[in-house]
Design a protein around this ligand. Structure first.
Ligand SMILES: C[S@@+](CC[C@H](N)C(=O)[O-])C[C@H]1O[C@@H](n2cnc3c(N)ncnc32)[C@H](O)[C@@H]1O
Length: 265
């Protein structure tokens, strides 16, 4: 299908298949355990009495060292080192516990399984929508899917501009999916929104597949595209190229900014 570029001999950064967010959580738990052992069993041997500030520094330092050892992405190092201090700071405000539960609930329905997919919600811009619109096949009613459709802006835009086609979005997270469904109903849009994992779709059912995912998601996406896309089908990826695969289209929506990559089957 796509021409493969030669692969530089990079070794995998994270040999374990545990998602980075779960690894980060396990590292904090281990760092807490080690901090408790140091504070209550080791430091007293030298008549040192650990206080909260010392515990925060110890836990942050240990978590940072373990994060480096696990070779997680650089931003995890900062998060892991600062997490204990941030926790103590927020607890010092004495906020009611329902605030934490509500914030957790909101983030849960917005981001859902981002810890596993490593694809957070982030909307594409209208400049990208216009570029995708120009790439729809002109000679037949397009069958389009946005895999990870977020709040549905792109899918509804296309359904409005090219009413002859079939436009669908599929989304894992409940809040964006529900919001796109309600928006489509209120706007009288023909766009359809499914809740689920794009992995369960058959890419052979579509002419244009749009993805705005993340580097971590690209290998699985290209494997599925290579197995299922029919001849003439176009795979578009905003911002993220497929590692080792030369794109046939590289466009810059709005004249600048992040690229829109395209591969024809
Ligand atoms: C960067 S946002 C893009 C939103 C939208 N496509 C746009 O252009 O505005 C990526 C979305 O993909 C969703 N997502 C991630 N993995 C998915 C999967 N396997 N199946 C369906 N949706 C997924 C995320 O929940 C997130 O809302």
């Amino acid at each position: 299908m796509y021409g493969r570029r030669s692969q530089p001999g990079a070794s995998p950064r994270r040999p374990l298949s545990i998602p980075p967010a779960v690894q980060a959580l396990l590292i904090q738990c281990l760092a807490l355990l080690m901090t408790l052992v140091l504070a209550f069993l080791v430091l007293p041997l030298w008549q040192v009495q650990a206080n909260v500030a010392m515990a925060v520094l110890l836990q942050g330092g240990i978590a940072g060292a373990l994060t480096r050892w696990r070779r997680l992405a650089p931003w995890w190092l900062l998060i892991q080192c600062l997490f204990p201090a941030a926790l103590v700071l927020v607890l010092s405000f004495g906020l009611p516990s329902w605030i934490f539960l509500s914030a957790f609930g909101l983030l849960l329905i917005l981001y859902w399984s981002t810890f596993r997919t490593q694809v957070p919600y982030y909307p594409s811009s209208p400049a990208v929508w216009h570029e995708v619109e120009r790439l729809l096949p002109a000679d037949r009613p397009p069958r389009f899917i946005d895999i990870g459709s977020g709040f549905g802006g792109l899918t509804m835009h296309l359904a409005r501009c090219r009413p002859d086609g079939d436009y669908a979005g599929i989304e894992l997270a409940p809040l964006p999916w529900l919001a796109s469904l309600v928006r489509a109903r209120l706007n009288g849009s023909r766009a359809r929104f499914l809740r689920g994992d794009y992995a369960d779709l058959d890419f052979g059912d579509y002419d244009v597949i749009f993805a705005y995912l993340s580097p971590a998601a690209m290998p699985a996406l290209v494997a599925k595209a290579q197995a299922e896309m029919k001849p003439g089908c176009l795979l578009l990826s905003h911002e993220f190229a497929i590692p080792g695969v030369e794109p046939q289209l590289v466009l810059h929506p709005g004249g600048g900014g992040d690229a829109l990559f395209g591969w024809y089957r």
